[in-house]
Design a protein around this ligand. Structure first.
Ligand code: KG4
Ligand code: ZN
Length: 354
């Protein structure tokens, strides 16, 4: 098939509870099929790894078929396969990596084992075009909260450098835990976001982790959310003990404000410290409406441009993996070996498997 607009790449994502199959041609999204096992985990209040792995195994082939149908392409037409090989749940990653190897071997096409976090950055190209490089990327999800300096999203030549990360809970984890405290369903982020719209964000002054002068010396670009989560728990307990009703919307709005305030403050500080004018926000928490609004309004006054993919591309999906794979092909990176492992604790600086 002729390459009219970049390589045709099929991407596979199975690092957590979403089986995602994306198909892109260059920076154009053709299909983004996602099968989620989130319902199966909801009653446990968190993702159960074994359940997620089995769900990936069930969903893999039907989701591939659905993506091909939507994109109007046959499998033999793809130029390359890309797959998340880390970080994530080990058993869940294994299912995607095994499927990707089988496809690459059967179709005789190159395989790119890519980093899940870098994929959260690369996905923005499908919506807003070529990534400004260098940029600062803030990744906030259920498993990660990191600030990165991205000079080359394929990781070439130390293209991705970590500036800071969470020292305890991830931002999404904090949303999920606070939602649970407030009796909201799992995963909690979207519910807190919704309920907070009815609340007062200055009703309760919750702590802003690692923003005190003494913390900034060692942790200027790091995050901490466990103290905030504990503060919310204490506040709710005190309220319940006194027999007064818990103002759920106010707690949600005040908690959300504390998280977003710290995230935006640190992300803009990171950009300013590097003299970089472009900030990208990705990962599931980037779907948060307050985070998006606050980042945009504060960045504008500093002359910093903010790019945030649409919510559906912020949460885990296969299109992000395909987008990074297409960038690997377009920039002539060497494909991964067919014996590539799954690596549950893959560092963000390792963007492409050897
Ligand atoms: O990127 P993602 O889909 O999976 C991981 O790699 O973790 O992120 C999932 C996380 C969950 O913690 C979920 O509660 C959070 O993203 N999330 C949100 C929103 N939508 C999803 N958090 C806050 N506000 C939202 N609107
Ligand atoms: Zn993710």
């Amino acid at each position: 098939m002729e390459h009219t607009d970049g390589p045709l790449v099929l991407g596979i994502e199975t690092s957590c509870d979403e089986t995602g199959i994306g198909i892109v041609r260059g920076r154009t999204l053709l299909a983004d099929a996602v099968a989620s096992s989130v319902e199966e985990h909801a009653r446990f209040g968190g993702v159960v790894p074994e359940v997620a792995s089995r769900a990936h195994l069930d969903a893999m082939v039907p989701t591939i078929e659905r993506a091909c149908e939507t994109a109007g392409v046959a499998l033999h037409e793809v130029d390359a396969i890309s797959v998340t090989h880390g970080p994530g749940l080990a058993g869940a990653l294994l299912v995607g990596v095994a499927a990707a190897k089988a496809l690459a071997l059967g179709l005789g096409k190159p395989l790119y084992g890519v980093n899940h976090l870098a994929s959260h950055v690369a996905v923005d190209q499908l919506e807003h075009g070529a990534l400004p490089e260098p940029c600062v990327a803030m990744l906030v999800s259920g498993g990660h909260s990191s600030l990165l300096r991205v000079a080359d999203v394929t990781g070439h030549d130390d293209g991705i450098v970590s500036m800071g990360s969470t020292i305890d809970d991830a931002a999404g984890e904090a949303f999920d835990k606070v939602a649970r405290l407030l009796g909201l369903p799992f995963p909690g982020g979207p519910h807190v976001d919704r309920v907070a719209r009815e609340g007062d964000s200055v009703a309760i002054d919750f702590p802003r982790g690692l923003t005190a002068r003494k913390d900034l010396e060692r942790h200027r670009f790091d995050f901490s959310f466990s103290g905030l989560k504990t503060a919310v728990a204490r506040w709710v307990e005190t309220r319940e003990r006194s027999g007064e009703p818990v103002p759920v919307a106010d707690v949600a709005a005040s908690f959300q404000e504390a998280v977003c305030d710290v995230l935006v403050r640190k992300a803009l500080d990171a950009a300013a410290s590097e003299g970089i004018d472009d900030l990208l926000i990705g990962g599931g928490v980037a779907a948060n409406s307050r985070l998006r609004a606050l980042a945009e309004s504060r960045a504008e006054t500093l002359g910093i441009r903010v790019r945030v993919p649409r919510p559906g591309l912020c949460t885990d999906n296969g299109a992000m993996v395909a987008a990074l794979g297409a960038e690997m092909v377009a920039r002539g990176r060497t494909p991964s070996s067919l014996d590539l492992p799954a690596d549950s604790s893959l560092p963000v600086t390792d963007v492409l498997a050897g």
